[in-house]
Design a protein around this ligand. Sequence first.
Ligand SMILES: Cc1cc2nc3c(=O)[nH]c(=O)nc-3n(C[C@H](O)[C@H](O)[C@H](O)COP(=O)(O)O)c2cc1C
Length: 186
Amino acid sequence: MSTDPSAVRPGFVKSGALKARDNVVVVYSLGGHSQRLARQVADLLGADIFLIRTERYRWPVFGVLRAAYDAIRGNLPEVRCNVEQLSKYRCLVVGGPIWGGKLAAPVTAFLEAQPDLPQALGLFVTCGGMAPPDAAVKATEARLGRGLSALMWLPNKLENTDEMTRRLAEFRADLEKVIKDSPASA
Ligand SMILES: Cc1cc2nc3c(=O)[nH]c(=O)nc-3n(C[C@H](O)[C@H](O)[C@H](O)COP(=O)(O)O)c2cc1C
């Protein structure tokens, strides 16, 4: 997938509460799992998609060690993301991997830098294990001081399975319920 947001096609318009450009997906991915899932989510929601970037984990092996270290220490890296005017979107979906039982540091760093998150806020995470990421979700909600509108988690083993399709549909339905009651985008 191109990493240039301007090259990413806008999603198709769906009937119901979800309309193209009302929605945006923002993702961080080190190994590609979250980025692939982000594409599926964006297609399903008819959403723009943007990548969270950081230089901190870009070196092979060393980057992973740094990621593990930051997860343990709770360090947040400097991140950048080309998404503009987050407030113009009705729904924001943020995604990324689980690191050390927590939401990956670049995703947390991105979320914490946003002064104005939309009312409809979804989170998806990918993980290596089969255990639900309850602690990571709880910690994220505590940091944000608010609840999430919808959550999807996907172990790597379930990528491209019927179960993934089922979870995507459920995620979309949960978001749609909140979007119906959200203020229209500016
Ligand atoms: C530093 C590091 C820590 C990880 N910690 C966990 C973990 O605590 N639990 C888990 O289920 N998977 C863990 N994983 C696996 C990733 O969450 C999983 O492979 C994810 O799909 C990677 O997403 P990505 O390919 O988008 O980077 C870890 C991976 C890395 C690199």
